[in-house]
Design a protein around this ligand. Structure first.
Ligand code: FBP
Length: 327
């Protein structure tokens, strides 16, 4: 007897019907899934086709653009346009807002098409991160600069394994398995484990002495309690935290021996990196804060490429760091 698992689309259709929502959201998420699958295929054949190298130009962050960044951007824009449901898109790979369907669109989409650039040249795990906010259909025309708390959904694909995790507002964080037909099936609700014995700590150890004294002291007092893991790609590191609990952090860099390399405002981008994992963590029972101990989801963005420090994961651990940061 063949065992048939619940498909992602059936799961989302039931969710939409349960909440009397429209099918527009399904079409948008289906477009994001197609984009991720397409990017995955390019990444899997990247070494063979010579697509894992630099593209020869720099992005809005002043970083060298990888050929795969360009491919992932182009593929994602194609599927967002094809969905017809997107007003504007905000991407790490585009300095300006990307107008998609300003008149007929319903959603703002914030995305990082290929997160974890230091892993690309080696074909190691990277991520496709996205957040979705809805147009204010009744009130005055609203801005795309939305705090994470206003997202209606956020998700990530770990590439090339293809694991897909989606959080839905007030409806939890769900992980889906990819089956033989490359379809997402068998939704599993992700809830951060309460038992600290599996908790992990994840940060770039080589930056340790550039963090604030407070954070260096917190690490010295707590690091022996946890297993240390670091992939160097937010999607991959957060994927582990969602399963095992613990905390991923990318603190502000304020004590770098070369002051020019200090990043008091943090490295990660608020709207399409930090707010995405913060939303997913919240729906899984966790928490996320910035360097001032303020919940990431409450930070109102002033610029769509705004950076932030990030501490995300199991609530007791993040709240312990918040207490230190506010002291
Ligand atoms: P990119 O979007 O440029 O890849 O930067 C984000 C990121 O790669 C995260 O995925 C990751 O958590 C972090 O930067 C790694 O930074 P570092 O190499 O400094 O540890």
């Amino acid at each position: 007897m063949i065992r048939f698992e619940q498909t992602f689309m059936d799961f989302l259709l039931q969710h939409q019907e349960r909440h009397n929502r429209t099918y527009h959201f399904l079409i948008l998420v289906d477009g994001l899934i197609n984009a991720a699958k397409h990017i995955q295929q390019y990444y899997l054949t990247g070494a063979l086709k010579g697509n894992l190298g630099f593209a020869g130009n720099t992005n809005v962050q002043g970083e060298d653009v990888m050929r795969m960044d360009q491919i992932a951007q182009e593929v994602t824009i194609h599927y967002l346009k094809a969905s017809g449901r997107v007003i504007h898109a905000i991407s790490e790979e585009s300095e300006q807002i990307i107008p998609i369907n300003p008149e007929g669109g319903r959603y703002f989409v914030y995305f990082d098409p290929l997160d974890g650039s230091s892993n690309v040249a080696h074909g190691l795990p990277v991520g496709f991160l996205f957040g979705i906010a809805k147009r204010n259909l009744t009130g005055p025309e609203d801005s795309h600069l939305r705090a994470g708390r206003e997202f209606i959904a956020a998700g990530m694909f770990v590439i090339p394994t293809g694991t897909f995790t989606l959080a839905l507002k007030d409806a939890g964080t769900w992980r889906f398995h990819i089956d033989e037909t490359m379809n997402y099936v068998k939704p599993v609700q992700m809830v951060l484990p309460e038992d600290a014995k599996s908790w992990e700590l994840s940060f770039n150890e080589s930056n340790r002495y550039t963090f604030s004294e407070k954070i260096q002291a917190w690490i010295a007092q707590n690091e022996r309690k946890y297993v240390f893991r670091y992939l160097g790609a937010l999607a991959g590191d957060f994927h582990r935290i969602l399963s095992n609990g613990g905390m991923f952090m990318y603190p502000a860099i304020v004590n770098h021996p070369n002051p020019k390399k200090n990043r008091p405002q943090g490295k990660l981008r608020l709207m399409y990196e930090a707010a995405v994992v913060a939303f997913m963590c919240k729906e899984a029972g966790g928490e996320a804060i910035d360097e001032a101990g303020i919940p990431i989801l409450d930070v109102q963005p002033k610029d769509h490429h705004q950076r932030t420090a990030l501490y995300v994961g199991s609530r007791p651990m993040v709240e312990d760091v918040a207490r230190i940061l506010k002291s």
